[in-house]
Design a protein around this ligand. Structure first.
Ligand code: TYM
Length: 332
């Protein structure tokens, strides 16, 4: 039986965080063994808000190197740069015509982004989920591993696909989101009411995959606890500490309760030191791989070129079918 298709992507708009790893990359690594996986570096999405185009090329290579360092295998999975496959933008235009303005306007991320980008409310931010739907639908995807913040976008994608199928007959697979039970929304370290995000201006909120040991310790130390350091640990409503437990569980695969029991009767400073240690040990393995891979520019470019050829072949064939269905088939 043919393997089902998995599609997912990350924007190369900054360095990847442990939130990206725990929420999605960890899922990708597992899924490669069971499915045909296609992983994109979503550069077109990133230009909606990210304006440093000089860095973008480097960020693409950084992102690819991190995919590989975390365990994505280019012999098993297709890895490609979104803007290399023009079919994505072509399908995106077609799908615009099957999406209501109201559906886009109520996207939570859109509402947040227009507040955060109040000086640059470009329509790319509005149409962003349709490009994402195009990415997914172009490859007849069955599964889309994502973090919780992308759930609404996948629902929109499914609605667009259903609408299209109802008009033109069975064209698109209706993709299912794969969202982890635990770790689908790693929160900011200090401002625990928002998710950890690679574009956050407050660097103390983030642990990057390339974070240095001393900075991991520093950032975790900054998390607010009882003022008396010697108090025994109480998690109660301390979202900062619960977030760390979630991170530890996400990185090690061990249950949260196991960590809770382990830290029982310990004091806050022990908790923070041990947690920082566990995180650092995990990151060091990835970083060692990363710095080895990142030097090999031509190897990285070969992977992207190979991915481009493979993705293009599927995208071209599928787009052709869609174009015929909507009637864009005038021949000269
Ligand atoms: P992006 O680059 O914002 O995030 C990449 C993926 O990481 C997940 N994620 C998190 N998961 C848990 N905790 C966090 N703190 C956290 N931060 C981020 C996100 O949910 C996401 O899955 N539009 C997408 C990229 C994209 C895409 C696609 C994804 C483009 N086309 C098609 C799936 C399918 C984005 O901006 O992700």
């Amino acid at each position: 039986m043919k393997k089902k298709i998995v599609f997912s992507g990350i924007q190369p708009s900054g360095k990847l965080t442990i939130g990206n790893y725990i929420g999605v990359i960890k899922q990708w690594v597992k899924m490669q063994n069971k499915y045909n996986c296609i992983f994109s570096i979503a550069d077109l999405h990133s230009i909606t808000t990210y304006k440093n185009n000089f860095d973008l090329n480097n960020n693409i290579l950084d992102t690819l190197s991190l995919y590989l360092a975390c365990g994505i295998n280019p012999n098993k999975s297709i890895i490609f740069i979104q803007s290399h496959i023009y079919e994505h933008t072509q399908l995106s235009w077609i799908l615009n015509c099957y999406t209501n303005y109201g559906e886009l306007n109520r996207m939570i991320q859109f509402k947040k982004k227009i507040i955060n980008n109040s000086k640059n409310i470009n329509t790319g931010i509005l149409f962003y989920p349709i490009l994402m739907a195009s990415d997914i639908l172009l490859y007849n995807t069955s599964y889309v591993p994502v973090g919780l913040d992308q759930k609404q976008h996948i629902e929109l994608c499914r609605n667009i696909a259903n609408k299209f199928n109802n008009i033109y007959g069975n064209t698109f697979n209706i993709p299912k989101p794969c969202i982890l039970k635990n770790g689908n929304r790693i929160m900011s370290l200090q401002e625990t009411n928002k998710k950890m995000s690679k574009s956050d201006k407050n660097l103390n909120n983030i642990i990057y995959l390339l974070e240095k040991k001393k900075d991991v310790f520093k950032k975790i130390k900054l998390i607010k606890t009882d003022s008396k350091k010697k108090y025994k640990i109480k998690y109660n409503n301390n979202l900062g500490l619960l977030n760390i437990l979630n991170i530890l569980s996400g990185l090690t695969g061990k249950k949260i309760n196991k960590f809770k029991n382990h830290f029982n009767n310990k004091i806050y400073s022990d908790f923070k030191n041990e947690a920082s240690n566990i995180i650092t040990i995990f990151l060091e393995k990835i970083q060692e791989n990363y710095y080895n891979i990142r030097k090999k520019k031509s190897f990285l470019k070969d992977i992207l070129n190979y991915g481009k050829i493979k993705a293009k072949k599927i995208a071209k064939k599928n787009l052709f079918k869609i174009i015929k269905k909507v009637g864009l088939k005038f021949k000269i």
